[in-house]
Design a protein around this ligand. Structure first.
Ligand code: FAD
Length: 64
């Protein structure tokens, strides 16, 4: 734990995005600390099956 640059609390979608952003921003050692037992990790994000709602203005914002 002493060598960690960024510690993210939780391991759901928000935490995963924060961890990825920290790594892309230059943090070399990013850790995620999840309070749930391993078989219940991922919080409510695990219920989505990987399909997340997100905000967009028009179809032009969507990947082609
Ligand atoms: C049944 C169901 C189906 C859904 N389906 C969809 C869908 O199809 N599409 C969609 O876009 N959205 C869906 N949602 C909503 C979506 O799951 C949530 O909006 C989203 O997962 C929230 O992400 P989050 O990272 O904020 O929270 P979470 O995914 O809940 O992650 C929070 C994490 O933080 C951990 N945590 C909390 N407190 C601490 C602490 N003190 N220390 C360490 N860890 C901690 C929790 O254990 C958890 O793992 C669904 C929700 C439910 C309940």
């Amino acid at each position: 734990m002493n060598d960690i640059d960024v510690l993210v609390i939780g391991a759901g979608n928000a935490a995963a995005n924060a961890a990825l952003a920290a790594h892309e921003g230059g943090a070399r050692r990013v850790a995620m600390l999840e309070s749930a037992p391993e078989n219940a990790r991922g919080g409510n994000s695990a219920f989505t099956g990987g399909a997340f709602r997100f905000v967009y203005e028009s179809v032009d914002d969507l990947p082609q």
